[in-house]
Design a protein around this ligand. Sequence first.
Ligand SMILES: Cc1cc2nc3c(=O)[nH]c(=O)nc-3n(C[C@H](O)[C@H](O)[C@H](O)COP(=O)(O)OP(=O)(O)OC[C@H]3O[C@@H](n4cnc5c(N)ncnc54)[C@H](O)[C@@H]3O)c2cc1C
Length: 417
Amino acid sequence: MLSDDEFSEIIISGAGPAGITTSLFLSLKKIKHTLIEKEQFPRDKICGDALSGKVLNILKKLDNSFVNELYNNNEIYNPSKGIIFVSPDFTKVEIPFKLNYISSDEAPGFVAKRLNFDNFLFNKINQNYCHVYQNCTLTNVEKTNSGILADIKHNGISFKKKCKVIVACDGANSIISRKLANYKIDHHHYSAGIRAYFSNVKNLNPEGYIELIYLKEYLPGYFWIFPLPNGNANVGVGMLSQNVIEKKIDLKKMFENTLKFNPKIAPRFESAIQQTSFQGWGLPLASKKMKISGNNFLLCGDAASLIDPFTGEGVASAMLSGKLAAETIEEAMEKDDFSATILRKYDLKYFKTTQAETRISTILQKLIRNEKLFNFVLKRISKNNELKNVLTLMFADVNLRKKFLNPLFYFKLFFKN
Ligand SMILES: Cc1cc2nc3c(=O)[nH]c(=O)nc-3n(C[C@H](O)[C@H](O)[C@H](O)COP(=O)(O)OP(=O)(O)OC[C@H]3O[C@@H](n4cnc5c(N)ncnc54)[C@H](O)[C@@H]3O)c2cc1C
């Protein structure tokens, strides 16, 4: 049973990237707290496992040695130097994450199985400031006059716990989002994803480029191949839930058919060995903004629907939200005020940091539903090195990415040779 002390004033539910990052930043601030997790580590999370430079930047803010440790662990960390975009007509564009690599440069992105990456993060938890309980499930939450009353089941025993603030890091099916923020799935802003691990996939990029293959039948979702250490790969598909429902699609079947029969994909899987079954999970997308705090609660990561609607990237936003949640809790503690008015600063900070990028991703996700336009744009880019360089710079610099919002960018794209 959880102790009844200052640690339990702040409860984080869920030890994914959002929950652990919240905990690590609270510990840096010497703020005591409790983290509960329904599984036992090491635990898996269904994901594409592609992690961008934004993840590394947050790790660096926590402790530079974390990043060095990852770089030196080639059993779990596979460096990735860029992205390969493939349009429905199979036009291919390779965009490095950085211009003019020199051999000593660290790769800006990486691919790591979440089983390993999350366990790596879990082992960094500072138990001087964090009481961690595994096999510990939040089963219900309710708002009371003085804070939050949480129903918890730990190793089969149920009990109630009061806290001043609860941080929802309990993922796509967050009980806290549903109960306290009245969250309901909107299938226009939600994706379904399936992945499996393979070995022996042909033509994996030697520099770890991740492949986003926008097959017509999945638009605006895509088929992916993300290279892992030891020649393995995370292979999967993502598709907007609304399309899955409207077209009555059996996504698993469609994925299997792609692997077996797509003339460009199947040959790469001829001698591939499937190491795991097809497993699926939901992706709550940031294309629909929601309130991510309220009286005595904060929502982070998937519980706050923060996944990039164009790329499906959610680990970086989960970690960023965890960092900002910890900063907001510090402020609220100083004032001993966990009301919605104070915690709202978290919404403001988070959306100020990410709104330009989310807007661009939402626009791109809408644009690529038009298959012909997508083919045309990728053809233009494939023939224009200057444009490829601009796209590379855009990966590195969010401010440059704002060019996507400028009509002049599209004029140059369509009309300039
Ligand atoms: C198929 C697929 C592919 C994806 N590919 C990528 C990718 O390549 N790159 C990327 O960046 N993102 C990707 N994402 C998104 C990414 O997986 C999520 O955005 C990310 O895991 C969110 O982190 P989180 O900490 O918010 O939630 P999670 O990682 O889901 O962690 C939630 C934690 O809470 C625990 N929990 C849940 N309920 C309770 C409860 N009631 N009580 C206690 N604990 C609880 C869970 O066990 C889990 O440990 C993908 C998602 C899917 C489904």
